[in-house]
Design a protein around this ligand. Structure first.
Ligand SMILES: [Zn+2]
Ligand SMILES: [Zn+2]
Length: 309
C-alpha cells in the first residue's frame, strides 16, 4: 500500500519516528509521500531531508517528498519563501508541489493572499514540471473553497497539461466529476471512516477505481477505530478497507473480506486499541460497500510520482 499523504516531519514523531516508519513497513506500506509544508515556509525542506535520511533503509517505506506553502501560511509567501520553494523543486526526492490551495474554514490568511500564493506556486510547479497537491476546505456549510479552487485549476492549471491530487477530498459528486475531468486524483483520508461521512462514502462509491488514492494525513485524522489518536501511516489500511468491498460479485467480495482481515490484523498489531480486540470491529467500521477494483488500484497507483504528465 501507499500512503499518499503524511506529515512525517511532524514534531509529534520526534520520539519514535524510526519505529513509526518500521510499523508502517511491517503493515504493508511500501511507499509514503511526505508532505513538505513544515511549520511554515522556513521548514518546507524537512520532508525532503527525511526522504534523504531514510533512503536505502530496508525496513522503512520508500519516502518521497513534496514542498509547498500551505494556505494557512499564504501571508508568509514572500519572494524569498517562493525562491526557496523553487530551489526545493530541484531536489531529487521532491516529486510534487503542495499542499497548496484555499482554506476558507480557518481563514488564517486573507483570501486574496491565499489565491495569490496558490497562483504563484502553481507557476513554480509548472516550471518544474511537477504535479500539485491541493488542500481545500470551505467555510462551514458551504462549498465556496471547492468552487474557487476548481475554477482556478481550470483556468490556470489545465493549460499546463500536468496533473495533481485533491487531498482529503470532501466535495460533492459534481466537484469530483470536474476534478477528474481536470486530470486530478482524489485523496481519501481517515474521515471517510467516520460514521457521519456517509455522503462522502457515496461520492467515493460512484468514482472510477483509478481516480482516487488513499492517505492518512498523519498525524491528523486517524481512522476508526483510532479516531482522536495520533495517526500514522501504518493505519492507512483502515482507509483502504472502506474502498475494498464490492457487492457485485461473490469472488470479489471474498477477496475484499480477506484483505479487510489482513488490514485489520495489521492495524491491531500497531495499536493497543481495545476496540481492535473485538471481532465486531471490521463489520461495524464498514458502513457500506464502495467500489470493486478500488483496493487493488489504491495499492498500486502512484501516478503522482511521475515527473511526466
Ligand atoms: Zn490539508
Ligand atoms: Zn496534510
Amino acid at each position: 500500500m501507499i500512503d499518499s499523504h503524511a506529515h512525517l516531519d511532524s514534531e509529534r514523531y520526534a520520539e519514535d519516528r524510526l519505529a513509526m516508519l518500521q510499523r508502517a513497513r511491517a503493515a504493508g506500506v511500501h511507499t509514503v509521500l511526505s508532505i513538505g509544508i513544515g511549520d511554515g515556509p522556513d521548514t518546507m525542506h524537512r520532508a525532503a531531508d527525511l526522504a534523504d535520511e531514510y533512503a536505502g533503509s530496508a525496513d522503512v517505506p520508500k519516502i518521497y517528498a513534496s514542498a509547498g506553502i500551505h494556505p494557512h501560511e499564504a501571508k508568509l509567501a514572500t519572494h524569498q519563501a517562493l525562491a526557496q520553494l523553487e530551489s526545493l523543486t530541484q531536489r531529487k526526492s521532491v516529486i510534487a508541489v503542495g499542499e497548496i490551495g484555499l482554506d476558507y474554514f480557518y481563514d488564517n490568511s486573507p483570501r486574496d493572499e491565499q489565491k495569490l500564493a496558490f497562483r504563484q506556486q502553481m507557476e513554480i510547479a509548472a516550471a518544474a514540471g511537477l504535479p500539485i497537491i491541493i488542500h481545500c476546505r470551505p467555510s462551514a456549510g458551504s462549498t465556496n473553497a471547492w468552487d474557487d479552487t476548481l475554477e482556478m485549476l481550470g483556468q490556470e492549471w489545465r493549460p499546463t497539461g500536468l496533473r495533481g491530487i485533491l487531498h482529503c477530498f470532501t466535495g460533492t459528486a459534481e466537484h469530483a466529476r470536474r476534478a477528474i475531468g481536470l486530470g486530478f486524483l482524489l485523496g481519501f483520508t481517515g474521515n471517510v471512516t467516520f460514521p457521519k461521512s456517509q455522503e462522502l462514502r457515496e461520492v467515493a462509491a460512484a468514482l472510477p477505481a483509478d481516480s482516487f488514492l488513499i492517505e492518512t494525513d498523519a498525524p491528523f485524522l486517524a481512522p476508526v477505530p483510532n479516531r482522536g489518536k495520533r495517526n500514522e501511516p501504518a493505519w492507512v489500511a483502515a482507509v483502504a478497507v472502506l474502498t475494498s468491498i464490492s457487492g457485485d460479485s461473490s469472488s470479489r467480495r471474498k477477496s475484499a473480506l480477506a484483505s479487510i482481515r489482513r488490514a485489520r490484523s495489521s492495524i491491531c498489531e500497531t495499536t493497543s486499541s481495545r476496540r481492535c480486540a473485538s471481532s465486531a470491529w471490521a463489520a461495524t467500521s464498514i458502513p457500506r460497500p464502495i467500489s470493486s477494483r478500488a483496493y487493488a488500484s489504491a495499492t498500486s497507483i502512484f501516478v503522482i510520482a511521475s515527473r511526466t504528465p
